[in-house]
Design a protein. Sequence first.
Length: 274
Amino acid sequence: MEWLKALILGIVQGLTEFLPVSSSGHLTILSNLFGLDGESNLTMIVVLHVATVLSTLLVLWKEVVWIFKDIFTKQSWKSYSGLNEGTKYAINILISMIPVAIVGFFFKDKVEEIFGSGLLIVGIMLLVTALLLTFSYFAKPRQHAHISGWHAFIIGIGQAVAVMPGLSRSGTTIATGLLLGDRKDKLAQFSFLMVIPPVLGEALLDTIDICQSGFGAAMNGISAGALIVGFLAAFITGCLACKWMINIVKKGKLIWFAVYCAIVGILSICFSLC
């Protein structure tokens, strides 16, 4: 893989992982345009996802420290009400992981088949993303002060559904939370933190698959330099996009991303049918 392609993939992954426009959909589109497939493409995708996870940890490091500090602070574990806020937050993240864990455990092969189905499904799911963002923009529900465990589970269902290529994970989870009436300033942060464990788990499983297929096959057509370029590009743009998206959600200006997803979705469908 050429360094320029790795740079473009890294920039696109870093931006679209946090912006509600589907990183998986954009990587699928670019992979088709660049003619990339096989183990080398999987290796690059794993590296890019790890880079964006690290960018999330860097941007939200205060929140991560707060969570772990509260978990290890003396508290009453006999009841949920006796727990401090950081521990409750961590429990909500675990609750949100249940749906995607079920999908990953029981339907991983089916999801992988869908990812190989081409641009048509990507285009359709981008249109679905546009509809979700539009509904959440015009909906005016009451805003709750905190994300409850029940809401965390429903948002987790949104994350599980968003394994579909072209269906934005951040867009789906944030839109779901907005429709539930959760506060805008809490949603983006929760959406970005809740994805860290599933992405790392998926990266670990993909790494195992890559190792089983052989190091030579995994690096076929891709150099160590290209991996480094892609990683750095995804990490740097991820940091910028994460901060930007948190401010965008607070201001509630997601409708323009709905317009963008609709345009790209229509173009993808047209390109797949040509």
